[in-house]
Design a protein around this ligand. Sequence first.
Ligand code: 9PG
Length: 548
Amino acid sequence: MTIHLFGKPARAGRLVRRYASARLEAVVERTARRYLVRGTVTGRPGRIEVFRTAAPREFLLNNWQSWGPMQRVTPSTRFPELEPIVRDRNPYLFSPLPDELLRGPVSDYFAAWDGGLAGFLTSRVGHPFFTVEGADLVGWIDYFDAEFKDPMAIEPLVVLKDGSAGTLLEEYGRRVKRAHRVRINPWNPVGWCSWYHYFGKLGWPDVLENLETAAGDRTSFHFDVFQVDDGYETDIGDWMSAKPGYPGVGGLAEAITERKFRAGIWAAPFSASETSRLFADHPGWMVSEGGRPKPCYKGWGKTIYALDTTHPEVKGWLEATFRALRKAGFSYLKIDFLFAGAMTGARHKKNVTPIQAYREGLRVIRRASGRDFVLGCGAPLLPSVGLVDGMRIGEDTAPYWKTRPSGFQGPNAYFALRNALMRQFMHRAFWLNDPDCLLLRDREIELTRHERELYALTAGALDNMIVDSDRLSLLGPVEKGLLGTALALRGGRARVGGLMGEFGEDIYLIESRRPGGGKARLAANLSDAAGSIGGRTIAPRSALRLEE
Ligand code: 9PG
């Protein structure tokens, strides 16, 4: 692989580059199997080319945030061919980069293929990404319009060769872990979440009913945490104010902790809706453009603005809000729509990149949350490493496999599960992976029994977080048994084979080294055709446990 670094053939040693308005100094270390590039930049670098090589015929592309895909692409894959999650209304959701860059494939943070990987180890200041230019794969760091008076460390780049894409991703994961000194929370949660049965219509009686059911059968449900999702709050931004019919945010936590569960709550802490009290009281707290709050995205039928996390009063408010939630009794905090904190726009602090601003906000939440469990969602991935305990690593699951009965194409169980397989290398390296909820019910659902089993067993074999989202009274012995089986599969060191299509399109093999020795193997067929691994046939959309 011929490599160019900062526009010239790569060689070990020091290098200096002068740009129109910036200066870069770097050190390139080289060993037989890798390059490591570190350095500093001063001035106003804008978008700088770091890396260039011949584009591989196929590679694994990664999107910058939780809900975006990781998927196998070719250099000619066009951006709109990517997963059809609701991106039309909210283009910003999928990238902090301007539209003209998004016509071809854009891979954020890293690109991996059989035989090679190029990946940035951090995103603390800049946004690192890869594009395809003609026949080249090009790695960039975007510094937006920030200016650095003093030398600023660039995001280190590692280039690895020799090995399958899967093996190289695991090595990249270990290096990212080391670069952030990540400490993995010893508690790998098991819990319940309200969203995928009740969605926004969650009422207080629903909460009580499920609490009673969970508390009444602890041996089947095994839940440590009971998490109330979106639906309890009066508006986006007003997190301490529960809807009429609820006993208040404090009463909600109390009802849960009284029944000896950890209480979990959902919030979108960097978002404020146009109708919220937060926005009415503090329009000056929002990221702005032309002196006015800049709309960030549409949601809940409203315009949503992004909080300026560099503003001292916003930091004070974030700190106070999370301390208040914990004081009320919550100790599991699902923080969602976090990408809003990294929107481009004008902020109180000048000369910070959107990524620095995002991390300032997330650090406040991390500090205010102490040792309680923080679950990131809708979050820029690499900038969050080291600041959250768990992370959603795919888009939302759904009570149907690919298409809604209405024909609507959007988030679905298939995309969610595929991302969990693709991003397994992040598990216990970046954080604990949240593959999104298990849906086990056999009524009020479009998933077949095999599809539900496939999801649950895969999440278990991957050793991921396990959170069920059902009306619990709908679960019978079979469904409860499946939850138990999924949980029993956890606890091993799991790796995924098949990321480059080795076993056929959308067929994966999970190999899990058990703590006491021995290996468990699960074949996961996400495709619509039968497949085979080691002579065993695996039916479409189903999982098969292979003997040790
Ligand atoms: C609550 C939900 C759940 C879910 C989260 C997140 O693009 N969109 O319009 C979009 C809407 C909702 C969404 C993701 C994307 O889901 O992932 O688990 O908490 O919010 O509103």
